[in-house]
Write a protein that binds this ligand. Structure first.
Ligand SMILES: Cc1cc2nc3c(=O)[nH]c(=O)nc-3n(C[C@H](O)[C@H](O)[C@H](O)COP(=O)(O)O)c2cc1C
Length: 367
């Protein structure tokens, strides 16, 4: 896992969830208009999630906490708590707080390399969590068996072969996330993943993610066979997101081209690609890689130590941007969809806009 991973490496003893939104955050009820064409194409996804719309909000470390998650589920979407580096006790509290804010279904995203993964799964089971998303690598068999005993399991499929393998080994639904997405990314775009995977697995429940900003894209993807979609960036900048105002302002200002994938300078010093808005921190990271690479070449540092220096570079960086508002040096993880964030909108408006646009697109072509 790279050091810019917002989860384990950034672990601090304090709670990763800030209650900067007051407890009187309005509970929004879905007021979405009729969307019969979209509903027909997303019937399987909606039944799977148990939500009005098959729109998942991808878990975002530091961002996807009780307020945002409950607001999304209350607005007819499907919120997902980002467990990240939380301890089992913190996760238990976060789930309970979310349940207090919504009676609609929501999920919990767990990172497979969390050292207490099985304990976190136990917390989800005890709390009656209905959907668990496993991220950060191929789900271990023990975790799959434990989760499918009480909840629906969703996992990320980076290619067709793994998609088939995951489904065969008990995963109930897949997310195919293209490289347009914010955060840790794979190498292939959603446009290509969708073509490769959706027609080949017509009976699977698959959610498409990465770079989705408008309902026209939602319409196209469900027409191609996706059961629904997952968005992150648009929700990170929404009114109910607890992200610092500086973080949201940076999203509103940014264009798609500003959300760039981190670049590896030296093959001996691996960097897992992360898509984030470019800032002073991303510039300094390149310089850091160059400097460590030179020291490595000069024999001034051992390979393992050099790799650790690179890995630890971004430790705590997402928190610095999201919570502290340090948009110069923190990690502003964002998808290319950031260009379609034009204001800090309420979650309900984001969801209603997406489904309204999707329905209109489908109606225009008589789907
Ligand atoms: C700020 C930020 C943090 C993220 N953190 C996580 C995470 O902790 N776990 C995860 O599985 N995905 C994470 N993601 C990915 C999102 O869940 C989602 O799949 C992605 O944002 C979709 O692409 P989009 O941003 O273009 O909509 C993160 C994305 C962003 C923008």
């Amino acid at each position: 896992m790279s050091a810019d991973t917002p989860v384990l490496n950034s672990a601090s003893s304090d709670t990763p969830v800030q209650n900067s939104v007051s407890s009187d955050t309005p509970v929004l009820n879905s007021v979405s208009a009729d969307t019969p064409l979209l509903d027909a194409l997303t019937a399987r996804g909606r039944a799977f999630l148990g939500s009005r719309h098959a729109i998942m909000a991808g878990a975002m470390s530091w961002v996807s906490e009780r307020h945002l998650v409950s607001a999304i589920s209350n607005a007819g979407g499907f919120g997902v708590i980002a467990c990240g580096a939380m301890t089992p006790t913190l996760l238990e509290a976060e789930i309970a707080a979310t349940q207090a804010l919504t009676d609609r279904p929501f999920g919990v995203n767990l990172i497979t390399m969390h050292p207490m993964l099985m304990d976190l799964i136990g917390v989800c089971r005890a709390a009656g969590v209905s959907h668990v998303v496993l991220a950060g690598g191929i789900p271990p068999g023990q975790a799959v068996a434990a989760i499918t005993g009480f909840a629906k399991l969703i996992a990320f499929a980076p290619n067709y072969a793994l998609a088939r393998k995951l489904l065969r080994s008990g995963t109930d639904a897949l997310v195919i996330e293209g490289s347009e997405a914010g955060g840790h990314i794979g190498p292939v775009s959603l446009a290509v993943l969708a073509q490769e995977i959706l027609p080949a697995l017509p009976d699977a429940v698959i959610f498409a993610a990465g770079g989705i900003g408008r309902g026209a894209a939602v319409a196209a993807l469900v027409e191609m066979g996706a059961s629904g979609v997952q968005l992150g960036t648009r929700f990170a900048a929404s009114a109910q997101s607890i992200a610092h105002p500086n973080f949201k302002k940076a999203f509103v200002r940014a264009a798609a081209r500003d959300a760039v994938a981190s670049v590896q300078f030296d093959p001996r010093l691996p960097v897992i690609p992360v898509r984030a808005l470019k800032n002073a921190g991303t510039e300094a990271f390149m310089e850091k890689q160059r400097e460590v690479s030179l020291r490595l070449a000069a024999g001034e540092v051992a390979l393992a130590d050099a790799q650790l220096e690179i890995e630890h570079y971004w430790a705590g960086a997402l928190r610095r941007a999201v919570i502290d508002g340090d948009v110069d040096n923190g990690s502003l993880m964002a998808g290319q969809s950031v260009g379609m964030v034009t204001a800090e909108e309420p979650v309900q408006a984001v969801i209603d806009g997406l489904v309204g646009e999707a329905e209109a697109a489908l109606a225009r072509r008589g789907s």
